[in-house]
Design a protein around this ligand. Structure first.
Ligand code: PLP
Length: 383
C-alpha cells in the first residue's frame, strides 16, 4: 500500500506520537488546570509544553498566545467570527479552503464586506492586487499560506508588509504548511495563524489551534464559546486573558500529548530538512508526471514554489475513476475531487470535476514516487 494522501491527513505518524497518547491515558489521565493534585499538574505541564513547542515552531514569542482547539477550521472560525463585525471589510484570495470561504460568506450575510482577490491559473497571488482591494473599512486580510489543491505558496511576507502599512490584521491559514514549510510569525508579520495537528505537525486528529499575536485587541475579541477554564472561577464572566479566554471546557489532552510528540519530531528533524526532502520528491513527481502523454499537471513554477501537494488529471479518465483504480488496482491512496476548495478549482480551471491530488509527506520516498509514476503511466496508456 502506498499512502499519498498526506495533504488530507498525514500517515503514518512518527515514533512517539501513539506512545505519548497511550502514556497520557494510562499514567496521567487527569484534568489540566483544574485540580492541584500531581496528575492534574502533570496534565497541565503537557499542555504547556505543547504550547511552547508550537510557539517555537512558529517563532511566536509567547506560548500563552497559542490557543488550542479542535482543528484549523475551528481556529479560523474563532479568528474570523471573533474579530469581524458588520461594517468591517476583509480581503481574501481565490485559493482559499472552504474553512475560510464558508465563514466569510456567512459573515457577509451579516454585513461584513468581502473582497476575493483572484489568483493566477497557477494559483499565485500578486501582492499589489491585495493592496488594490483594501478599503477604508478593511480590518483584516485572510490568506492561505499554501493551497491544498496545487500546493502553491502564497506571498505571506509581502502581504504582511502591506497589512502593517494599512494597519490591518493578517490571518494566515497554515493548515498545509505548519511543519512542512518554514513559518516565522514575527518576520512575516502574521497576527493570527490557524494550524491543525493532523497534517504536517504529525499529530492526531481532533487537535489544532490559533496563534493570536500582540496586535490583536483582546477587548474586541469574541470567543466562540464561554465556560469553565479552571481560572478566575469566582467570576461569572469569561476570563479576559489568553489562552483561557478562548479555551473553555476540558481540552483534548490526549490529542495535545500526541501533538506535542509530533511537533517535537518536526523540531528535531528540522523544518528545513523536511522541506528539502519534500521538494526533492515533488520535483521528481512533477517531472515524471509531465513526461506522461495525456497527463496535465496543474499549478506550476516548480517544486520550490509549492508544497508537496500535486494535482493532475489524466485525459479520458475522470478524477474519481483514477482515484478508484489507483486504490483498487495499485494500492495507492490519494484524494480526488474538489478538496473542499471550489474557488481554488475555479481559479485553476478544474471546476467542477476537480483533480487527482497526491499529497506527499515526510515519510514518502523517491522509490514510492517511481511506483506511483509507473501506475499513472499504465492508467494513461490504457485511457
Ligand atoms: C488549506 C486548508 N485549510 C483548512 C483546512 C481545515 O483543516 P481541518 O480539517 O483540520 O480543520 C484544511 C484541511 O484540509 C486545508 O487544507
Amino acid at each position: 500500500m502506498l499512502y499519498v494522501d498526506n495533504a488530507a491527513t498525514s500517515w503514518p505518524k512518527p515514533p512517539g506520537v501513539v506512545e505519548a497518547m497511550v502514556h497520557f491515558m494510562e499514567k496521567v489521565g487527569a484534568n489540566p488546570g483544574r485540580s492541584a493534585h500531581h496528575l492534574s499538574v502533570e496534565a497541565g505541564r503537557i499542555v504547556y509544553n505543547a504550547r511552547e513547542a508550537v510557539a517555537e515552531l512558529l517563532n511566536a514569542p509567547d506560548p500563552m498566545r497559542v490557543v488550542f482547539g479542535y482543528n484549523a477550521t475551528e481556529a479560523l472560525n474563532l479568528a474570523l467570527r471573533g474579530l469581524l463585525r458588520p461594517g468591517n471589510h476583509v480581503v481574501t484570495s481565490s485559493m482559499e479552503h472552504n474553512s475560510v470561504m464558508r465563514p466569510l460568506r456567512a459573515l457577509e450575510r451579516q454585513g461584513v464586506g468581502v473582497t476575493v482577490v483572484r489568483c493566477s491559473p497557477q494559483g499565485f497571488l500578486d501582492p499589489p492586487d491585495v493592496e488594490t482591494a483594501i478599503k477604508p473599512n478593511s480590518k483584516m486580510i485572510v490568506l492561505n499560506h499554501a493551497s491544498n489543491v496545487v500546493g502553491t505558496i502564497l506571498p505571506i511576507a509581502e502581504v504582511g508588509e502591506i497589512s502593517r502599512r494599512y494597519n490591518l490584521l493578517l490571518l494566515v491559514d497554515a493548515a498545509q504548511t505548519a511543519g512542512a514549510y518554514p513559518i516565522d510569525v514575527e518576520a512575516d508579520k502574521i497576527d493570527l495563524l490557524a494550524f491543525t495537528g493532523h497534517k504536517s505537525l504529525l499529530g492526531p486528529m481532533g487537535i489544532g489551534g490559533l496563534y493570536i499575536g500582540e496586535r490583536v485587541k483582546l477587548r474586541e475579541f469574541e470567543p466562540l464559546k464561554r465556560g469553565g477554564t479552571g481560572s478566575r472561577s469566582e467570576l461569572e464572566e469569561q476570563p479576559d486573558f489568553l489562552p483561557d479566554m478562548c479555551e473553555s471546557g476540558t481540552p483534548n489532552v490526549v490529542g495535545i500529548a500526541g501533538l506535542l510528540a509530533g511537533v517535537r519530531f518536526v523540531l528535531e528533524r528540522g523544518v528545513d530538512e523536511i522541506r528539502r526532502h519534500e521538494v526533492e520528491l515533488t520535483q521528481r513527481l512533477i517531472e515524471g508526471l509531465s513526461a506522461i502523454p495525456g497527463v496535465t499537471v496543474h499549478g506550476g513554477h516548480g517544486a520550490q514554489r509549492q508544497t508537496a501537494t500535486i494535482s493532475f488529471n489524466i485525459k479520458g479518465l475522470s478524477p474519481s475513476e483514477v482515484g478508484l483504480r489507483l486504490d483498487e488496482e495499485y494500492g495507492i491512496l490519494c484524494r480526488v475531487g474538489l478538496h473542499c476548495a471550489p474557488a481554488a478549482h475555479k481559479t485553476i480551471g478544474t471546476f467542477p470535476a476537480g483533480t487527482v491530488r497526491f499529497g506527499l509527506g515526510v515519510f514518502n520516498t523517491l522509490e514510492e514516487v517511481e511506483t506511483a509514476l509507473e501506475a499513472i503511466r499504465q492508467l494513461a496508456q490504457e485511457a
